[in-house]
Ligand binder design. Sequence first.
Ligand code: PEP
Length: 261
Amino acid sequence: MKKKTLIVANWKMNPGSAAEARALFNRTKQTGSRLERMETVICPPFPYLGLFARAATTRVFLGAQDVFWANSARATGEVSPEMLKDLGVSYCIVGHSERRALGETDDIVSKKLRAALAEGLIPIVCVGEKERDSGGHYFSTLKSQIAASFSGVTRAQVRDTVIAYEPLWAIGKSAREAAEPRAIREMSIFIRKVLSDLFGAEAAQFPRILYGGSAEEANTASILSEGDVSGLLVGHASLNAEGFGEMLKVANTFETLNSKL
Ligand code: PEP
């Protein structure tokens, strides 16, 4: 069975009330549930996860924006993989650049990734360079980020991971400032090569690679058709139910996937 196109809504620290969260979730779920050729993942802030604990379907899944690296620890303010699983969460974002900016290192990302996998959550590991230099150093930045974040992950486990390529310079802008599909394609091929060097060519075919960074309604089709990715991680555009619904509908028309299965 082929893996479906995956569109992930990262609401970040929005919306400001549970009532708004319910309305946004319900509208997104309504659209996502009708689309049979893709999967939608909604990642609300932690306080709202419980509202949607039993709302996941076979097409619309619940995701978390972060996770702690242990089920049992003195860790005030953290949320364990076990708690997420119990709430019906299937996916969790790990190592988002906004968390890395708050001090999360590759070592922490690696611990979170392994803890998520151990609990049966599907981790969406975010990687991406801060800027593009003319010497192409961003390739080695990405390579070392992937190698360090995936340290300790086994060949069998890597198959169940998702990697989001999110260049920091493209996040939170507009479709015009997003990475070009050709550049996304190049990075997707590079990420697959890094995975192949780390885990072998066979296992490296499985993880889905997503693009994130100002994906909006205007560039969804071009990224999905020319970017060689299996889907998108969407920030600000996922807060507008109507526009995001249109992105989901466009994604539903794509069958070209970049991962095996
Ligand atoms: C993100 O923060 O993961 C993201 C992709 O944000 P935006 O779509 O707003 O650039």
